[in-house]
Write a protein that binds this ligand. Structure first.
Ligand SMILES: [Zn+2]
Length: 96
């Protein structure tokens, strides 16, 4: 069956709603937005936990030298950003 745009209507992988031009096995915009919201919430929790661990490690292990403190702060910030990006990507793949 073809939609008005001439593209075949493919059912959403999750809710089964037929959307014209959707690739097979993909989600409709509604389900995708829902998954993104849940993935970002999960990623925020994971990255905060990782950041707390990193901050604890840095506080205990890095000497009290000002330069080392600055690099430690950068490393903690980078941990948050990187872990959050990775966790979001993984959650997008594996959340149902
Ligand atoms: Zn859907």
């Amino acid at each position: 069956m073809l939609s008005r745009s001439g593209l075949p209507e493919v059912p959403c992988a999750k809710c089964g709603r037929r959307i014209g031009g959707l690739p097979w096995g993909e989600l409709c915009p509604d389900c995708l937005a829902d998954r993104k919201r849940r993935a970002s919430r999960l990623a925020r929790r994971i990255s905060l936990a990782a950041t707390v661990l990193m901050a604890a490690y840095v506080a205990l292990r890095v000497p009290a030298d000002p330069m080392a403190r600055i690099y430690s702060a950068v490393a903690v910030l980078a941990t948050y950003i990187i872990v959050r990006r990775i966790a979001t990507r993984v959650a997008m793949e594996y959340l149902k």
